[in-house]
Design a protein around this ligand. Structure first.
Ligand code: GLU
Length: 141
């Protein structure tokens, strides 16, 4: 089962997100990732494997100064454990990021429908359809 955490506040979000994900490690996972809002842009960091791998890669989160973010430890159901398939997932513009727990039963139908609209998928997850679907409807379709 995955772990999900979000933070919004007056302190650097990344170390807090990593600390929260550490507390959720007991649930089991195969990869981890965070998204941080940095100067109006979303920065993503993801790794396959242990949370320490992600944490070491980003200096315990201290290299991110944003105070808003989300984090996820993934237990793969659709798509192999990998950095690409790890959450968060973003829309094509990279200005929307999501994490998700569970399974989207009709994801293949949604994926085909969005592909016909021109959406390019980068992962093999069911989750990625959600962010593109939100993006699609945010654009007044
Ligand atoms: N079904 C999603 C995936 O495979 C979410 C898995 C989870 O709950 O961690 O990416």
């Amino acid at each position: 089962m995955c772990g999900i955490i979000g933070f919004i506040g007056g302190e650097q979000a990344a170390p807090i997100l990593l600390g929260g994900l550490k507390k959720l490690e007991y649930r089991g996972y195969d990869s981890a990732g965070i998204a941080i809002l940095e100067d109006g842009k979303i920065e993503i960091a993801k790794s396959k494997g242990r949370l320490e791998i992600l944490s070491d890669k980003i200096e315990g989160g201290r290299s991110f100064f944003g105070t808003v973010g989300i984090g996820h430890t993934r237990w793969a159901t659709h798509g192999e454990p990998s950095r690409i398939n790890a959450h968060p997932h973003t829309n094509s513009a990279g200005d929307l990021a999501i994490v998700h727990n569970g399974i989207i039963e009709n994801y293949m139908h949604l994926r085909e429908w969005l592909s016909k609209k021109g959406v390019q998928f980068v992962s093999d997850t069911d989750t990625e359809v959600i962010v593109h679907l939100i993006d699609y409807y945010l654009k007044d379709n």
